[in-house]
Design a protein around this ligand. Structure first.
Ligand SMILES: Cc1cc2nc3c(=O)[nH]c(=O)nc-3n(C[C@H](O)[C@H](O)[C@H](O)COP(=O)(O)OP(=O)(O)OC[C@H]3O[C@@H](n4cnc5c(N)ncnc54)[C@H](O)[C@@H]3O)c2cc1C
Ligand SMILES: NC(=O)c1ccc[n+]([C@@H]2O[C@H](COP(=O)([O-])OP(=O)(O)OC[C@H]3O[C@@H](n4cnc5c(N)ncnc54)[C@H](O)[C@@H]3O)[C@@H](O)[C@H]2O)c1
Length: 501
């Protein structure tokens, strides 16, 4: 079967690439650190930076991590993945209690939202996890410097410490892991009260009656879902013709219908051309993206979620000559090295998907190269998940991408309406869609819309990683009754016929 062959191929060739070995010999600056010198300094303590620091220390390298925020975990733990998922879960519980419990025979006389308690639960999750990373730093002997880091030379970082002092940290190898920041839009000033970024949207003090979201990407749909479930009227204004433009077209259409059923309104191919926040309500002037008649929208709160930009402000990249591209990202080679020898970059600050798990993979691979070992990240194998309800998860190519490649392919689909577990729990919206190469049956892409698609996708990630065929999945025993059986049935539908449809 394809999976066994590909595993053998990887073992034989994949991990001992000659160019990788050359890199280890030529670029690595060595590890005989002087007493005041580190082998590795990481600037930024987000998922890219803290993981790189822990991995480096575990590999026996003397390591320091510099973080300006006061807490570790970066955007993801402090104002991103974790608080948003906490609120998504809490708001989902409220929504279920209101709309789904009665049909399951669970009744109660009064249901209300205690927003401060919801926020406190979110904050507890964040602080527990960020403190946990400090604990991991101690356990692994990573030196943690709290302050703002700035290059003074390719091997020295000056840190303005949180206590008000300054120290210079020296290293043979420096990793830039400074992440990303909110992209603002021309003419729109984010005040984090009435006009908010994702950070403000995670801490609103009351449920806005009307919420306008600018941008139908990950943040817009997740945070729009949170406040929509808690009672806001949500209108999403999107410049592009589609929501989440990177998603498989067929899955996206079903996804949009689901969100519309949840009363989220979409204004696609629309741009915001003016915004007036001077009164009690915010007035937005919008017009078709191609130009045309203007109209006005009113909102209590406007969420600006039109993307994020790499964060390198004040880092002193010019001082040492590190180049950035037009989008402000730092280009790196296969070993995560910038154009300056010994200076590396990982995570949101470099090209590639802006995702926490991708940043972590970058961090590990980068450190492995620095240590003279081998590292590898394949961005085609990075899964993406939108944590709405249902969730939408994908890995590999969309049908549009496969078509554009001109590859002959087969599609296998299986709806959760025909999955026994989904029916048992009365949560059966969504599908599994598998794309496989016609000639070899090798899986090219998997797209899942389901309540727990973010968990289900990993079977597909492993399959793609090991070059599996749809038959490999179909012939693998899946427990019953599980949502995962829908993945098996979609795999059957790809090369043959499903049983339960
Ligand atoms: C609302 C929201 C929800 C998200 N949800 C998800 C999700 O569910 N799943 C997912 O995969 N991704 C999610 N993301 C994206 C994810 O947060 C990022 O991809 C990830 O945090 C990138 O990690 P990083 O280490 O590259 O950068 P960051 O996490 O941004 O960390 C960089 C750190 O560097 C520090 N820093 C910057 N400059 C300096 C300096 N000069 N000196 C010292 N420190 C410095 C910053 O303070 C920051 O803490 C979300 C993002 C947002 C905004
Ligand atoms: N679940 C997750 O993994 C998760 C959750 C949140 C954020 N993130 C990451 O954070 C990053 C930022 O999220 P995001 O949602 O801000 O960006 P995004 O790139 O996902 O979506 C931005 C959207 O805004 C639209 N847009 C851009 N300019 C616009 C304008 N002027 N008017 C109207 N629409 C406009 C774009 O077409 C796009 O659809 C993403 O790249 C994502 O990787 C991931």
């Amino acid at each position: 079967m394809a999976s066994m062959m590909s595993l053998a191929r990887r073992r034989a060739g994949g991990l001992l690439r000659p160019e990788t070995m050359r890199h280890a010999a030529v670029f690595c600056r060595g590890f005989a650190a002087a007493a005041d010198e580190n082998d590795v300094v990481v600037i930024g303590g987000g998922p890219g930076g803290y993981v790189a620091a822990i991995k480096a220390a575990q590999m026996g390298l003397k390591t320091t991590c510099i973080e300006k925020r006061g807490t570790l975990g970066g955007t993801c733990l402090n104002v991103g993945c974790i608080p948003s998922k906490a609120l998504l879960h809490s708001s989902h519980m409220y929504h279920e209690a209101k709309h789904a419990f009665p049909s399951h025979g669970v009744k109660f006389s009064q249901l209300e939202i205690d927003l401060p308690a919801m926020m406190a639960q979110k904050d507890k999750a964040v602080s527990g996890l960020t403190r946990g990373i400090e604990g991991l730093f101690k356990k692994n002997k990573v030196n943690y410097v709290k302050g703002f880091g700035k290059f003074v030379s390719p091997s020295e970082v000056s840190v303005d410490t949180d206590e008000g002092g300054n120290t210079v940290v020296k290293a043979k190898n420096i990793i830039i892991a400074t992440g990303s920041d909110v992209k603002s839009l021309p003419g729109i000033t984010i005040d984090e009260k009435k006009i908010v970024s994702s950070t403000g949207a995670l801490s609103l003090s009351e449920v806005p009656k009307k919420l306008v979201v600018i941008g139908a990407g990950y943040i817009g749909l997740e945070m729009g879902s949170v406040w929509g479930r808690l009672g806001s009227e949500v209108t999403v204004v999107e410049f592009a013709p589609d929501i989440v433009p990177s998603m498989d077209g067929e899955v996206r259409k079903q996804f949009q219908r689901m969100l519309e059923k949840q009363k989220m309104k979409f204004m696609l191919k629309t741009k915001v051309v003016g915004i007036d926040a001077s009164g009690d309500v915010v007035k937005l002037t919008v017009e078709p993206a191609a130009g045309g008649e203007q109209s006005t929208l009113e909102a209590d709160v406007v969420l600006v979620s039109a993307g994020r930009i790499p964060y390198t402000a004040g880092l002193g990249l010019d001082t040492i000559g590190v180049q950035t591209d037009k989008a402000g990202r730092i280009p790196v080679d296969k070993h995560f090295m910038t154009n300056v020898s010994g200076v590396y970059a990982i995570g949101d600050v470099i090209p590639g998907p802006m995702l926490a798990h991708k940043a972590e993979e970058d961090g590990v691979a980068c450190v492995e190269f620095i240590a003279g070992k081998v590292g590898h990240v394949d961005y085609d194998m990075v899964p993406g998940v939108v944590y709405t309800h249902p969730e939408v998860a994908s890995v590999g190519k969309t049908e549009e991408q496969v078509k554009a490649l001109g590859v002959a392919y087969r599609v296998g689909k299986f709806p959760f309406m025909a999955n026994s577990r989904a029916k048992a729990i009365d949560d059966a919206e969504g599908l599994v869609k598998i794309l496989a190469e016609k000639e070899t049956d090798k899986i090219l892409g998997v797209h899942i819309m389901a309540p727990n698609a973010g968990e289900l996708i990993h079977e597909a990630v492993l399959a793609l990683q090991y070059g599996a065929s749809s038959e490999d999945i179909a012939r693998t025993c899946h427990a019953h009754p599980t949502m995962s059986e829908a993945v098996k049935e979609a795999a059957m539908a790809t090369y043959d016929k499903p049983i339960h449809m």
